[in-house]
Design a protein around this ligand. Structure first.
Ligand code: UD1
Ligand code: MG
Length: 458
């Protein structure tokens, strides 16, 4: 059977019941985000990318927001509650029903460790599907091991994990630590988990005790070592920022290796789900929020902010452009400086070059939207659409009061406030007529009340 199929018969159990006190936040810790995705979302998506067939997420009591986020990202994932926080083994046992179904491996992930790579998850799952390895643990060499569980080795065999609070001075000198990720052989998982006792410094049921319990039964445990960076967990906002930095560097490198030019990579911020084609050029200081897709040969100029937007091949964005959710740019379209686009489709070759707001609109191919055009899409209660036909020309400083349609090839005179539909190929001018009074300024200055102010005449 292929490795991928083996992985599909594995179960991920994601622990996310922690309180996250050190975040000092009204929001549950696992809903804080790095690279545009919640912490629990990273765990879920990494398990999915590793090919694990099913996921159960263990959440704290009364956390409908966490459950909602889990279901939003992976609708098939199961959510179970841990009513009391009695330790990591107790948390895993909340998924007893799913574990009991029978899987090749149970992989336990922490909801607050977003840098774990899918390859590592797969390696752990594979390790317990071979021979007599019952437990596989993700280990790392810690620069400062304080607080971590220490991996007790006998040669190359892992024989136990000692939590920091329970460790002797000698054990505390060990720098090989438990990164939290653990795989248990599917047929042994429940037996091991149920044997865990809580006689320790924290009176908790430690998942880490599974290692010693397996060894006592003559089964083997092993360590899969990863760089410390991969095991980095989030307990406070300083660590949140540290994880963000690591992820951003990974994403920048990944995009550059895929054929994207970043002039100043350290100033560009991606989301985990950003999709970018080949030969795209991204200038400095751009931010890509969730849900952005950029096709080949597009250019994103400096200081642009994109979120939930699709940019077709060869389109040109910025500098200083803002593409909000639902912005959909056709091939070769241009969105220039100080232009905001939201929930709007721009046809191929359409141009919106300066100082414009397009919201809830459809712009036809090759249309030209002049500087300062505003789609007035909101009456304080409801949103309305503006439809602009292909090849239309909207003069500068026009307000298009939706719902309104500008027909194909039509012109709108500068400074118009358009409230009625404009037929194809028509000209609409909707502004006051210009009045010019020759010599008016001189007679104004000559008025007695203005003379007192003694402004020199011209
Ligand atoms: C845990 C490991 C430790 C390892 C460290 C790595 C245990 C006993 N210890 O310690 O060996 O070095 O992670 O970061 O596993 N959780 C629940 N319910 C509970 C308890 C915890 O859902 O009852 C969740 C937490 O939300 C968190 C994860 O399990 O996502 C780990 O719990 P945490 O309290 O952070 O364990 P550590 O003391 O860091
Ligand atoms: Mg922790």
């Amino acid at each position: 059977m292929s490795a991928q199929k083996d992985a599909a018969s594995c179960l991920a159990v994601i622990l996310a019941a922690g309180e996250g006190t050190r975040m000092k936040s009204a929001r549950p810790k696992v809903l804080h985000e790095v690279a545009g995705r919640s912490l629990v979302g990273h765990a879920l998506k990494s398990a999915e990318a590793a090919g694990l067939g099913r996921a159960v997420v263990v959440i704290g009591p009364d956390r409908p927001d966490v459950a909602k986020e889990v279901t939003r990202l992976v609708p098939e994932a199961e959510v179970v509650e841990q009513r009391e926080r009695c330790g990591t083994a107790h948390a895993v046992l909340q998924a007893e029903r799913a574990i009991g179904v029978g899987h090749k491996a149970i992989v336990v992930l922490f909801g607050d460790t977003p840098l774990v790579r899918p390859e590592t998850i797969r390696a752990l799952a594979e390790a317990v599907q071979q021979g007599k390895t019952a437990v596989a643990v993700m280990g790392f060499q810690a620069k400062d091991p304080t607080g971590y569980g220490r991996l007790i080795m006998d040669g190359t065999d892992l024989i136990g994990i000692r939590e920091h609070k329970d460790a002797s001075e000698k054990e505390r000198a060990i720098t090989l630590c438990n990164g939290g990720l653990m795989a248990l052989r599917g047929d042994l998982a429940l037996g091991l988990l149920k044997s865990v006792q809580s006689k320790n410094a924290q009176n908790e049921f430690y998942l880490t005790d599974c290692v010693g319990l397996a060894c006592a039964r003559g089964l083997a445990a092993r360590v899969i070592e990863v760089p410390e960076e991969e095991a980095l967990g989030v307990n406070d906002r300083v660590q949140l920022a540290a994880c963000e930095a690591v992820l951003q560097n990974r994403l920048r490198e990944q995009h550059m290796r895929n054929g994207v030019t970043l002039i100043a990579p350290e100033t560009v911020f991606f989301s985990t789900d950003t999709v970018i084609g080949r030969d795209v050029l991204i200038e400095p200081n751009c931010v890509f929020g969730p849900g952005v897709t950029i096709a080949d040969n597009a250019v994103i100029h400096a200081f642009s902010h994109l979120e939930g937007a699709k940019v077709a091949a060869g389109a040109n964005v910025g500098p200083f452009a803002r593409l909000r959710p639902g912005a959909n740019l056709g091939e070769g379209a241009k969105v220039g400086n100080f232009v905001e686009v939201k929930n709007a489709d721009l046809g191929a070759g359409a141009k919106v070059s300066h100082l414009t707001y397009l919201g809830d609109a459809t712009i036809g191919a090759e249309a030209n939207i002049g500087a300062g055009t505003i789609t007035c899409n909101y009456d304080g209660f409801r949103k309305f659409r503006t439809e602009i036909g292909a090849g239309a020309f909207v003069g500068s400083n026009s307000s298009l009061v939706a719902p309104v349609t500008i027909g194909e090839g039509a012109f709108v005179g500068s400074g118009s406030v358009v409230t009625k539909n404009v037929p194809p190929n028509a000209l609409a001018v909707a502004r006051g007529h210009q009045v010019t009074k020759e010599g008016w300024a001189n007679s104004f200055r000559a008025r007695p009340e203005n003379q007192a102010k003694k402004k020199p005449s011209r």
